[in-house]
Design a protein around this ligand. Structure first.
Ligand SMILES: [Zn+2]
Ligand SMILES: [Zn+2]
Length: 237
């Protein structure tokens, strides 16, 4: 079994990433720096603590984009803390939250936050509900969302259903970081990871039989090796 030591760090020119952690069922937290701008991907539990260790509060307030791959708690557990921190610290510039259509967890957190604090939120929040694979540009970063295969069990513990789930490819200048989020082996991830400067690939399945939720180490490695550099994340302990 591959043991990773977090944080994982990568950088090339002005483009860098720090993966604070990516532990299945516990928490994820990914920071990407593109020149002067900061973006956060999958703010799981502990993201505020990790950002606070990384930079001064003023800098945290400059974060203007959150990218959510899917609504599982280990990927969004820190959203409420971030929104609230930004309110208390009087953030002024807007925040956009990007997430897949149908991700009720983010919609619910946003609605609850708006309800609890009603007219006392000093910054504008916009929700970017992603419905397709169309690229868009934010703060000099080209963002390409792509669909991935990620299922969860229903209450009976046997039946599964697909959850709204995306991966993202971030391009800054001529460099590309591809992150698949949680996913089974899928062609969209294979396509987007190939040739990327960095691929962040989950290997969350703990035996050698593939399923429709996570990838085995072998599957994840095969995709990672098609990129110039890669990290395997979300590996069970
Ligand atoms: Zn997960
Ligand atoms: Zn998940």
């Amino acid at each position: 079994m591959l043991h990773q030591k977090y944080p994982l760090k990568w950088h090339k020119k002005d483009f860098s990433t720090k993966i604070f952690c990516s532990i299945p069922n516990i928490a994820t937290g990914i920071l990407i720096r593109a020149g002067d701008s900061l973006l956060v991907v999958d703010p799981g539990d502990g993201i505020l603590r990790d950002l606070n260790k990384e930079m001064i509060p003023k800098k945290i307030l400059t974060i203007s984009n959150l990218y959510i791959t899917h609504g599982h708690h280990d990927h969004i557990g820190g959203v409420w803390a971030l929104l609230t921190y930004m309110r208390v610290m009087n953030k002024k510039n807007p925040l956009a939250i990007h997430f897949p259509v149908g991700c009720v967890e983010i919609e619910s957190i946003y609605n609850a936050f708006k309800k609890v604090y009603s007219k006392t939120i000093p910054y504008k929040i916009s929700l970017n509900v992603i419905t397709g694979s169309k690229s868009f540009k934010r703060n000099g970063v080209m963002v390409k969302p792509f669909p991935v295969i990620h299922k969860e069990y229903l209450h009976d513990g046997v039946t599964t259903k697909q959850v709204p789930a995306l991966g993202y490819k971030f391009t800054f200048e001529d460099l590309k970081i591809c992150y698949g989020g949680d996913t089974a082996y899928c062609t969209d991830l294979v396509k987007n990871a190939k040739g990327s400067d960095l691929a962040i690939i989950e290997a969350g399945h703990d035996d050698d039989t593939p399923d429709e939720m996570h990838m085995t180490l072998k599957e994840a490695k095969s995709i990672g090796q098609s990129a110039k550099d890669y990290f395997l994340v979300h590996v069970p302990d």
